[in-house]
Design a protein around this ligand. Structure first.
Ligand code: ATP
Length: 201
């Protein structure tokens, strides 16, 4: 039987990880795109072997793992190489997401993808939950967490889908401008709603 898949997304520092952990406290299975993106290029995977085949063993660190900053430099301003890499990795990531979804055992599962709307991955979900915050809150929290300049956060914000576009794609929006107790209550409500809906799947 197919588990109901709730997509979870939001801009940088909106609170995706915090929200996912709160659902995790209810025993909900979490499938995290960031983790999967790292898994598909672990040593001796099809992904990493193809990258080494294309760019040479210089793209590896001495311990045999991918040198991410070197790869980032290699694709910077190299659109063809970037397209090749996306063409390689995106299907591998999708495949692993689907495989993990099929293994989920909780009444519904969460698929957490930071760039869900940008990459149109909400098509893999039954419903999309967007964590929404005011830009000022987003900047303050990210700055505090990562110890970076506000300009740095603003630059990342500009590269992501606009708040308006993201919210327009949402079935449910969780506003995270308040404190963590408020967030916890909102997740509790949504969890009840999803449990009820999950019987339909
Ligand atoms: P990213 O996309 O950058 O990985 P994210 O969307 O996963 O970020 P989190 O890491 O969950 O966001 O949250 C960003 C920061 O804001 C964290 O330091 C987190 O502890 C804090 N935070 C999240 N929600 C709240 C809240 N309601 N009140 C106070 N701090 C919060």
């Amino acid at each position: 039987m197919m588990t109901m898949v709730i997509g979870l997304t939001g801009g940088i520092g909106s609170g995706k990880t915090t929200v996912a952990n709160l659902f995790g406290d209810y025993g909900i299975d979490i499938i995290d795109a960031d983790i999967i993106a790292r898994e598909v290029v672990e040593p001796s995977t099809v992904g990493l072997n193809a990258i080494v085949g294309k760019l040479g063993a210089d793209i590896l660190l001495t311990d045999g793992t991918l040198d991410r900053s070197k790869l980032r430099d290699a694709i910077f301003n190299e659109q063809q190489l970037k397209d090749w890499l996306n063409g390689l990795l995106h299907p591998l990531i999708r495949e692993k997401m689907l495989s993990n979804i099929s293994k989920a055992t909780s009444p519904y599962c969460l698929l957490v993808v930071p760039l869900m709307v940008e990459n149109n991955l909400q098509t893999m979900t039954h419903r999309l939950l967007v964590v929404d915050v005011d830009e000022s809150v987003q900047i303050d929290r990210t700055q505090a967490r990562d110890n970076v300049a506000p300009e740095h956060v603003k630059k990342i914000l500009m590269a992501q889908a606009s708040r308006q576009n993201r919210n327009a794609a949402a079935d449910d929006i969780i506003s995270n401008n308040g404190n963590s107790a408020e967030l916890k209550n909102k997740v509790a409500e949504l969890h009840q709603k999803y449990i009820k809906m999950s019987h339909l799947y």
